[in-house]
Design a protein around this ligand. Sequence first.
Ligand SMILES: [Zn+2]
Ligand SMILES: [Zn+2]
Length: 240
Amino acid sequence: MDVSKEVSWDWIGNHLRVKVLFSSAGLATQILVNDIEKDSNFLIDVGDGILRDLVSLPSRYYENIDTILITHGHFDHVGGIFSLLAFFRMINRSKKLLLIAPSDVVEFEGLVKTFYDSYGESIPYQLEIINIEREFELENTLISAFAVQHRGSIIGGEKLPNIPSVGYIISKNAEKILYTGDTGYFDQLKEHVRGVDYALIEGTYKDKRTPFHLTLSEAEEIGKLAKNYQIVHQIMSRGT
Ligand SMILES: [Zn+2]
Ligand SMILES: [Zn+2]
């Protein structure tokens, strides 16, 4: 079946392909990664508007979301999770859903708990939460998490409450896709990105430097270390 005509992928590899459904700082980010052989999907981060983004695709793309990866708890990355879980209940999903996140992402955990507490045994699918530390192996795919430098995160947050924040690498048969999540510049980030097949690099600000986000030129400099890259999470004008 040739499914490539139905979705305009941002990148197509031999085993994996990527579509950024939406990404803008302070609004929402959601990225679909498709395992071509299995026709199974990873969704990385779940911001607001996720359902509108998903229903614009052929239904098998949302029916086959089998794994959700969460980078951190900011609302633009988890705000749509309750809607998505409830949508899966409404369409009577029966397949298990795996949710992968660092531990102690309180916003994410709270939203999932509210979903459980609201619907309990009427939830028709199994939900499994994995608190990833470094790696999680999933059949032929390896999910690796790496700590990033974000506001109040594992690396960066001395003066702010500590919240966990990671980037991810999805590897299948030596093909690697990387997503930085939200992060400021730190040297080790270059080593994570170097040589991966496709990198999604946050580039929040045009030129405003902060310890917690990258500028476009920093994002370009880091992205060029990958074989291919795309900048995501640019900030949008919010009017006056
Ligand atoms: Zn963000
Ligand atoms: Zn953030």
